[in-house]
Design a protein. Structure first.
Length: 332
C-alpha cells in the first residue's frame, strides 16, 4: 500500500481523535456555569452540549479554510503528511496533559502552535505564511481581552437593570435562562472548534494529492462534527470544577452574563473565519463578570495559573510539533 495513502489515513484518525479529545476537553467551558449554578444536571448539560456542538460543527466551514490555507501552503510543503501528523500528535499530547491536571488550556493554541513548529522543522521559517499566521495569533490574543471587557460591561448593565429586584427571584428566573444560554454557547463552540480538525484533514488530503482545493469535503465536516459530539458526551469533569467553581462563586445572573459574552465573541470570530480559543474566551468572560460583580470575589490565583498556561501553550506545542516531525522523519 502506498506510504502516502497510509499516512493520510493515520492523519484522519488522529485528527478525529483530536476532535474527540477537544470535545471532552472543552465541553466544560460551554456548560461549566450552568452546572455550577445547578441550572442543569451535569448529565443533562453534557448531552445538550453534545447535540449543540454537533449542530454547530455542521453549520460553517470558514474557520476550517483559514486553518487549511493561512498557516502554510499545503500544496508546497515538501513533507506535508509528516508535518500534519507530527502536529496532531503534539496537539493531542498537550491536550491530554492539561486535561489530566484539570487546567483549562487552549486546544486552538496547541494545534496552531504545533502546526507552525512542524512546518518550520520541515521547510524552514520561510514556509510560514506570516500574514495569515499573524492574523490568527492576533485573534487568539485579543479575543480573551475583548471577552473580559464585554463580560464586565454586560454584567455592569445587568446590575443596573436588576438592582431593585428580589435577589432570590431574579436568580430563579436567570437559572431558567441559563439553559438557553448554555445551549447557545455550546452551539457556537461547535461552529469554531470542530473546524480546526476539518482544516487539518483537508490539509492532509491536499498534501496526499487527494484533494485539489481549500474547500472542505462534506464527509470531513460530518466526521469531525460526529467526533466532537461524541467527545462532548464524555464530558470533562476536572475542567468543569476549575471553570465553574474555582474562578469565582457563580450565581445564575453571573452565568447568563458570561455565557452571552462567550457566545457572542466566539460566534463573531466564526463569522469572520478566525479560529479562537473557546477556553480563553469563556474563562475570560467569567473573569470579566466576576470583576464587575466583586473584584475580591475572583480567585485571581486560579486566573493567574490559567493565564500562564495560555502563554506557554503556543511555544511548547510548537516545540512538540518540531520534535514530533524530527522523530517521524527518522522512521519515514
Amino acid at each position: 500500500m502506498d506510504l502516502l495513502f497510509v499516512l493520510t489515513i493515520l492523519i484522519v484518525i488522529f485528527a478525529l481523535a483530536f476532535d474527540f479529545i477537544n470535545g471532552f476537553h472543552d465541553t466544560a467551558n460551554a456548560i461549566a456555569t450552568s452546572v455550577s449554578t445547578k441550572a442543569l444536571k451535569p448529565r443533562h448539560a453534557i448531552m445538550m452540549a453534545a447535540v449543540m456542538n454537533f449542530a454547530g460543527a455542521l453549520s460553517f466551514t470558514g474557520v476550517a479554510k483559514t486553518i487549511t490555507s493561512d498557516i502554510a501552503d499545503p500544496f508546497k510543503l515538501a513533507n506535508g503528511s509528516l508535518v500534519i501528523l507530527a502536529a496532531l500528535i503534539a496537539g493531542i499530547t498537550w491536550n491530554l496533559l492539561t486535561w489530566y491536571f484539570g487546567i483549562p488550556s487552549s486546544s486552538s493554541h496547541a494545534i496552531i502552535g504545533a502546526i507552525a513548529g512542524a512546518v518550520i522543522a520541515s521547510d524552514g521559517f520561510g514556509s510560514i505564511k506570516y500574514n495569515g499566521f499573524i492574523k490568527i495569533i492576533e485573534a487568539l490574543i485579543f479575543s480573551p481581552i475583548l471577552a473580559f471587557v464585554v463580560g464586565y460591561m454586560i454584567y455592569s448593565i445587568v446590575k443596573v437593570i436588576f438592582k431593585n429586584s428580589n435577589l432570590a427571584k431574579t436568580n430563579k428566573h436567570f437559572r431558567r435562562v441559563q439553559i438557553l444560554t448554555a445551549a447557545v454557547q455550546s452551539y457556537t463552540h461547535g461552529t469554531n472548534d470542530a473546524q480546526k480538525a476539518m482544516g487539518i484533514i483537508t490539509m492532509a488530503l491536499i498534501a496526499g494529492n487527494m484533494h485539489t482545493s481549500y474547500d472542505i469535503p462534506f464527509w470531513v465536516q460530518f466526521a469531525c462534527a460526529t467526533a466532537m459530539g461524541l467527545g462532548t458526551s464524555i464530558g470533562g469533569w476536572k475542567i468543569i470544577k476549575t471553570v465553574g467553581g474555582k474562578i469565582m462563586k457563580i450565581r445564575p445572573v453571573n452565568g447568563v452574563s458570561a455565557d452571552l459574552t462567550g457566545a457572542a465573541i466566539i460566534f463573531g470570530a466564526t463569522i469572520i473565519h478566525l479560529p479562537v480559543s473557546t477556553t480563553h474566551v469563556i474563562s475570560s468572560s467569567i473573569l470579566g463578570v466576576g470583576a464587575s460583580h466583586r473584584v475580591k470575589g475572583v480567585n485571581w490565583g486560579t486566573a493567574k495559573r490559567m493565564v500562564i498556561t495560555w502563554v506557554i501553550t503556543l511555544p511548547i506545542s510548537a516545540a512538540l510539533g518540531a520534535l514530533g516531525y524530527f522523530i517521524l522523519d527518522l522512521f519515514f
